[in-house]
Design a protein. Structure first.
Length: 128
């Protein structure tokens, strides 16, 4: 019997996190949720996820950028795929493109909120 893949959602929006958790759980993933960077880092240390869904704007506008940078520059965590899921462009008007701005945000994928369940599951399946 194969072990379920574990996904960590780090997002301060409980409604969004709950909806995404239900989608992923129904697709047979184990899902943990953290509402901020500190709790997210603790969850990573405790349960080493197979993939992280990471919001950018939490307590500060750049929390997700900083967390992703820290993860990708730490030998213990750099191999964990990160998908940035954010509304940063809608909220701030700043356009972010991981292909051109990827030096600072070294995530494997980037999507704007909202994302359809089908699109999310396709991205997760591709990266795990």
């Amino acid at each position: 019997m194969t072990q379920k893949k574990r996904i960590l959602i780090v997002d301060d929006d409980p409604d969004f996190s709950t909806a995404i958790q239900k989608i992923l759980s129904s697709a047979n993933y184990d899902v943990d949720v953290a509402g901020n960077v500190k709790d997210g880092m603790q969850a990573i240390e405790d349960k080493m996820p197979d993939l992280i869904l990471l919001d950018v704007m939490m307590e500060k506008y750049d929390d997700g950028f900083n967390m992703c940078y820290d993860l990708k520059h730490d030998d213990r965590y750099r191999s964990i795929p990160v998908i940035i899921i954010t509304a940063v462009t809608e909220v701030t008007g700043l356009k972010f493109n991981p292909e051109t701005d990827g030096e600072y945000l070294d995530a494997e994928d980037y999507v704007q909120k909202p994302i359809s369940a089908e699109a999310l599951l396709d991205k997760v399946k591709r990266l795990i």
